[in-house]
Design a protein around this ligand. Structure first.
Ligand code: ATP
Length: 356
């Protein structure tokens, strides 16, 4: 039986009844999406304060990133846009990857549920993607051994494979899920993906009530597009997780809807599910604000502010189901119009409930 380490829980920062959370707006549409989150929180009277940390994308040093990591260590929780790293030099790490690795955020969870009000390619989807978040192809160990030959290391460890597998099966057990599918390419990458698959099979033995099967990544992409309802919980490695997440988000309505969570034993970072920068649509009042607002709602639940979370969640759902959609969902509403409609529903809910 795999051993379960006892983890010391670090308390989340709270002063005078208010939580403090690190906010990393990042680049592209990040800052405008964060301003909507702040507006919605203020309107709903949410007792959360943000510590804003901007990261200069062209800085050669990592002073800003180090500060961001210190801030998350202090607050325990962060809301994040996509951070840019303006360098293609070998040895310069993506700051998004560096942040996840430094904080040991070893699992990414993306709950993909269809919105009935969105005209999507597939209907009634409910898939949870549990992705290893700190190793695999993202170990960033690349070099040009001789001119014209580049080598890139994919690192799979049994300890991280076990932690993420255990998370997936525990998630399934706690949430009444029936099946976990391990997605891999162990037929070709026999040692690395082989270890990931074997570890998940070993962990599965501890969960006899949950069905466990496995699927090759290429077949999984085809099956997701043609027959997605066969999937329940998907457990996969880092790069396959990025691909599968984007496929499912595409089926449900694109980059602007769903939110993802990055968990470690001590810290949690919330962000839009497909982690896009949206550089080309920044500042045009067209970005869909929903994914970041959903990330903020997840964060409120995590902090224990369930009441505020459901008020904002209901306002978001009503806005989507009313057909007030930005153009990525086939609508013509601006970001501002979507946010205003959400504020309107928050006002109705807080007035009728006599919440204050
Ligand atoms: P880049 O660094 O060039 O921005 P990226 O990998 O971050 O690249 P994007 O191009 O930003 O990816 O995003 C992929 C697609 O999703 C783009 O067409 C972008 O406009 C769209 N997109 C991302 N986020 C949103 C959003 N919130 N609302 C609407 N469209 C979005």
């Amino acid at each position: 039986t795999p051993t379960v380490k006892k983890v010391k829980t670090i308390p989340k920062a709270q002063y005078g009844g208010r939580h403090t959370v690190t906010m990393l707006p990042g680049a592209g549409i990040g800052p405008e999406l964060m301003s909507y989150v702040k507006e919605v929180f203020k309107y709903a009277g949410v007792p959360v304060d943000f510590e804003d940390v901007d990261i200069d994308p062209i800085a050669d040093d990592n002073v800003d990133l180090d500060y961001a990591i210190t801030s998350i260590r202090r607050n325990g929780v962060a809301l994040k846009g996509n951070i840019e790293t303006h360098s293609t030099e070998a040895g310069v790490m993506s700051r998004n990857v560096a942040l996840r690795n430094e904080l040991d955020l070893y699992v990414n969870v993306l709950h993909c549920v269809s919105y009935p009000g969105v005209n999507s390619r597939q209907k009634n989807i409910d898939i949870v993607i549990v992705r290893q978040n700190t190793e695999g192809e993202y170990s960033m160990l690349e070099h040009e051994s001789v001119y014209g030959v580049v080598e890139s290391m994919k690192v799979i460890t049994s300890s991280n494979s076990e932690r993420v597998a255990r998370y997936a099966f525990e998630y399934a057990k706690r949430n009444g899920r029936k099946k976990v599918t391990t997605v891999h390419k162990a037929n070709i990458m026999k040692l690395s993906d082989g270890l990931f698959l074997e570890t998940s099979r070993r962990v599965a033995k501890n969960y006899p009530d949950i069905i466990h099967n496995d699927m090759i990544i290429d077949n999984c992409c085809m099956q997701l597009v043609s027959n997605p309802h066969q999937f329940d919980v998907v457990l996969t490695t880092n790069l396959y997780g990025a691909i599968v997440s984007n496929v499912v988000c595409g089926l449900l309505g694109g980059a602007g809807l769903l939110a993802g969570k990055n968990y470690g034993d001590h810290y949690t970072v919330f962000e839009p599910g497909t982690r896009n920068t949206g550089t080309s649509i920044a500042g045009k009042n067209v970005a869909n604000p929903i994914a970041m607002l959903n990330a903020a709602v997840d964060m409120l639940r995590h902090l224990g502010h369930k009441h505020y979370a459901s008020i904002i969640q209901n306002a978001i759902n009503k806005t989507i189901n009313q057909g007030i959609h930005t153009r990525d969902l086939g609508g013509s509403a601006t970001s501002r119009e979507v946010v205003d409609n959400i504020l309107k529903h928050i006002k109705i809910a807080t007035t009728t409930e006599n919440f204050y």
